[in-house]
Write a protein that binds this ligand. Structure first.
Ligand SMILES: Cc1cc2nc3c(=O)[nH]c(=O)nc-3n(C[C@H](O)[C@H](O)[C@H](O)COP(=O)(O)OP(=O)(O)OC[C@H]3O[C@@H](n4cnc5c(N)ncnc54)[C@H](O)[C@@H]3O)c2cc1C
Length: 148
């Protein structure tokens, strides 16, 4: 890290952590992510919404989804007994991308984290943050590694 460069620490390398890391890195910050687990790991939440795509695009990580070969999802269909209602994401109230990805989270999260590493973000795996102290001049994190 260059002298005087501000270091940002993120807890967790899930989609939020990797994307937030990339956004900060793109602004020139040095970023470290401490992640409790090692990826790929199972996670639930496969059905992305269009706003996710906006964040992925802002973080310049869209290639991750495209190259990951994930299926594009253009809307949803709710079925209840003999009734069916369909919503197209193009019909949403806000401007912007009108599609999303359907992903397997283990692979998707791992790809986003790999992209973060490619952007020179330092991901420290199997490091659990157990305490954060914001009281002094500088924030302090207490972490526990694999060995305890
Ligand atoms: C049943 C269910 C269904 C869902 N379905 C959908 C869906 O269809 N579509 C959708 O968009 N969302 C869905 N979600 C929500 C989705 O799972 C979350 O919004 C998403 O995982 C949040 O991403 P994240 O990066 O914030 O957190 P996570 O993906 O949970 O990542 C957090 C990371 O932080 C790490 N971590 C946590 N604590 C620490 C610590 N103390 N120190 C170090 N590392 C730590 C964890 O190991 C983890 O890897 C669903 C959730 C549930 C429970």
């Amino acid at each position: 890290m260059a002298p005087g460069q501000i270091c940002k620490v993120i807890i967790g390398a899930g989609p939020s952590g990797s994307i937030a890391g990339a956004l900060l890195r793109n602004k020139g910050y040095h970023v470290t992510i401490r992640e409790h687990q090692r990826f790929p790991r199972f996670s639930i939440g496969e059905s992305l919404l269009p706003q996710c795509m906006e964040f992925i695009q802002q973080a310049v990580m869209m290639e991750t989804g495209v190259h990951g070969g994930f299926e594009y999802k253009d809307g949803v269909s709710f079925v209840y007994r003999n009734r069916q209602t369909e919503f197209s994401f193009e019909d949403k109230f806000t401007a912007g991308i009108g599609t999303a990805f359907q992903v397997q989270r283990d692979g998707f999260d791992n790809l986003l984290a790999s992209e973060a590493v490619r952007k020179s973000i330092d991901i420290q795996w199997q490091m659990e943050v157990i305490a954060v102290d914001f009281t002094g001049d500088k924030s302090k994190l207490k972490t526990r590694d694999e060995a305890g």
